[in-house]
Write a protein of this length. Structure first.
Ligand code: WTA
Length: 633
């Protein structure tokens, strides 16, 4: 059995052991899984190249560990509960046995369509059980899934399909989200028409059955194929270091990059972290509200819980539909024991109904989690009091797409909680704070750049098709450290508080958005010379997007121009990247070497116009007054 820490002493002991003997520590965890063949080397690592390999020589299939392994003891236990978009619709349940059968049928479909080990499959799906089934089906046959959040535009989808040269796209006809019914197959068609030559087939799951365009050369209905397949499928034998999936995420420069996770290490770490952070016990009902298009959905709706043999819930809808009580209603209805959501949802629900949770029976909750962005103090206390109610502590979990799993978090009932603190590293994780020169800050009460100095099993291995980018992004800033891009503080007791990104990534409603990506999109507008995008504090979203746009000619109708900018961003990235504020300017502040001085733009966006610092070194210091005068509240 995977280690499940039960006391503070055990945590301290495990932590010490994991630092003194990391290989022994992780080998012990890995041994609890089913391997076709055991590894010969626990860890090989070099953070310079970088080159990290865990459990080399080991052969496995993650779906055997998610599904087959549980059949003997938990075959009839519910693996997935699905809660529909509409509250009045019945929920669906899949037992472990049923889920395995469905996964095998889908895996056989993929095979019948010519999908082979190593092929990349792109997903553009709503939150329905079939997304989980198809992801596991890929893993069953060694195909690599690349899930794209279904809120991204056709352009963004096409970029990701091309980068990974996906052979197939799996989507639905329509995607229901709250009151909306979005024709997603149309988005896929449009993306494919943008030169996605690698795509041979599109597998379409019928949700609402609305009208779709059909190209019988490439389109296949799920119900016409999957349902006719055998429910037996031999798992592909995978090396521990074979790729399991690609997930695109934004960085500070250029286009989103495909973070690569591999089979063995990811399996060991997601199961281990799930069991410890949520203190999952057999029979519990666990619910993570994330979308499977993000890493949280991969690690803590799908893989972590299924590896641990848990009952995991998937929710198709959105927090405010039909009203601000939906989450609490679902918790009551299914007697949810562990609930995991994002600060942006907490803030929105808090604003929509301060007393709303009081109407529901939340007494089954044992742990409530937060992830994706810093949680502010007010939201933390509201969540603690109205939802946790003294019996369910908050786990403020810090991690990233690149880390694969939770690295810093309180352990519920074991370590204490402190508002806004992600607290302590899990055993096996060695965080450090560095100063700007790369010197480790010793002791407590310090603030610096958050890095990790030793690998854990689910650290990213590369960025797809571009290893150099992985090196420069994460391993080049400070030699022999993994650099997270976050700043953090360590308090007097050694707890970590994450402050936020120190690079040009903004975190909008828990979604990572690169300022360069938004600028590239805005610059596609023919009337724009250049633009600069920064984040600013936003009550609900955490951070909002503030864009400074320099047009070619004087803008006559500013509102019309702003609408066009929003449209161009929606077209190139998706609605999640739309700027909240657009300031039209005649100049952007530049350094003498021609670089945009973002510090000034950030301060103006934050409303701190009296803290601009020295602006005399600018090439065009005269622009500052104009920028200040035009600043948007
Ligand atoms: C931020 C999401 C504060 C952080 C799992 C990180 C957090 C980025 C927290 C990764 C937290 C995530 N407190 N900030 N508990 N969790 N972040 O890749 O800036 O979508 O670098 O992964 O979210 O976002 P990603």
């Amino acid at each position: 059995m995977t280690l499940q820490i039960k006391s503070l002493e055990q945590y301290q002991e495990a932590y010490k052991n994991s630092v003194e003997n990391p290989e022994g520590f992780w080998a012990e965890q890995a041994e609890t899984f089913t391997w076709f063949e055991k590894w010969h080397t626990v860890l090989h690592h070099d953070f310079v190249t970088p080159d990290v390999r865990w459990f080399e020589g080991g052969k496995l299939n993650i779906t055997v560990n998610c599904l087959d392994r549980h059949i003997a003891t938990k075959g009839d236990q519910t693996a997935i509960i699905w809660e529909a978009n509409e509250a009045f619709e019945p929920s669906k349940r899949y037992t472990y046995k049923q889920l395995l059968a469905e996964v095998n049928k889908c895996a056989n479909t993929l095979k019948a369509q010519g999908v082979k080990k190593g092929d990349r499959i792109c997903f553009y799906m709503p939150m329905i059980p079939e997304v989980a089934i198809a992801m596991l089906a890929c893993a069953r046959i060694g195909a690599i899934h690349s899930v794209v959040f279904a809120g991204f535009s056709a352009n963004a989808l096409a970029d990701r399909i091309k980068d990974a040269e996906c052979k197939m796209v799996i989507c639905s006809d329509y995607n229901r989200r709250g009151p909306k019914n979005i024709p997603v197959k149309d988005v896929v068609d449009e993306a494919i028409s943008m030169g996605c030559a690698s795509v041979e087939k599109v597998l379409v799951y019928k949700t609402t059955g609305g009208k779709v365009n059909w190209n019988s050369n490439i389109d296949i209905w799920w119900h016409e194929t999957v349902d006719t397949m055998s429910d037996q499928c031999e798992p592909e034998v995978m090396d521990a270091e074979d790729m399991l999936f690609i997930l695109y995420t934004s960085g500070s420069t250029g286009k989103p990059k495909g973070v690569v996770h591999t089979c063995g290490g990811y399996m060991v770490y997601t199961c281990y972290s799930f069991k410890n952070v949520f203190q999952y016990q057999d029979g519990d009902i666990y619910w993570c509200t994330a979308d499977v298009g993000w890493i949280t959905g991969h690690s803590y709706i799908l893989y972590g819980p299924l590896l641990a043999g848990a009952t995991t819930m998937m929710f198709e809808g959105v927090p405010g539909h039909p009203d601000a009580g939906r989450f609490w209603h679902v918790c009551e209805k299914h007697r949810v024991n562990q609930f995991y959501t994002a600060p942006t949802a907490i803030r929105a629900l808090m604003a929509a109904g301060w007393h709303e949770p009081e109407k529901y029976d939340l007494s089954y909750l044992k742990v409530i989690g937060s992830v994706g962005e810093p949680i502010n103090e007010e939201a933390w206390h509201w969540y603690d009091e109205k939802v946790g109610r003294g019996h369910a502590p908050i786990v403020d979990t810090w991690w990233q797409t690149e880390t694969g799993g939770i690295l810093i978090t309180p352990l519920p009932g074991i370590t204490d909680t402190k508002p806004c603190f992600a607290s302590y590293p899990l055993p096996g994780v060695q965080p450090v704070l560095l100063d700007a020169n790369g010197v480790e800050l010793e002791g407590n009460n310090v603030e610096g750049l958050l890095c990790v100095k030793f690998p854990w099993p689910s650290i990213l291995r590369t960025t797809y098709g571009d290893h150099e980018r992985c090196r420069t992004n994460y391993f080049a800033a400070f030699k022999n450290y993994y650099f997270t891009g976050d700043g953090a503080k360590r308090d007097e007791d050694g707890r970590y508080r994450i402050i936020g990104r120190v690079d040009d990534v903004i975190n909008v409603s828990g979604h990572r958005i690169g300022t360069a990506e938004v600028e590239d999109a805005i610059d596609q507008h023919s009337g724009v010379v250049e633009s600069a995008v920064v984040g600013y504090p936003h009550d609900i979203k955490g951070q909002g997007i503030y864009a400074y746009v320099k047009p070619h000619h004087e803008v006559v109708d500013a509102e019309h121009f702003r609408r066009e900018i929003l449209a161009v961003v929606t077209k190139h990235i998706g609605p999640i990247a739309k700027p909240d504020k657009i300031q039209i300017v005649t100049q952007l502040p530049k350094t003498r070497s021609g670089k945009i001085m973002r510090r000034i733009l950030r301060k103006i966006a934050e409303g701190q116009t009296d803290q601009l610092g020295d602006t005399s070194t600018l090439l065009n210091p005269e622009c500052v007054e104009e920028l200040k005068a035009g600043a948007l509240e």
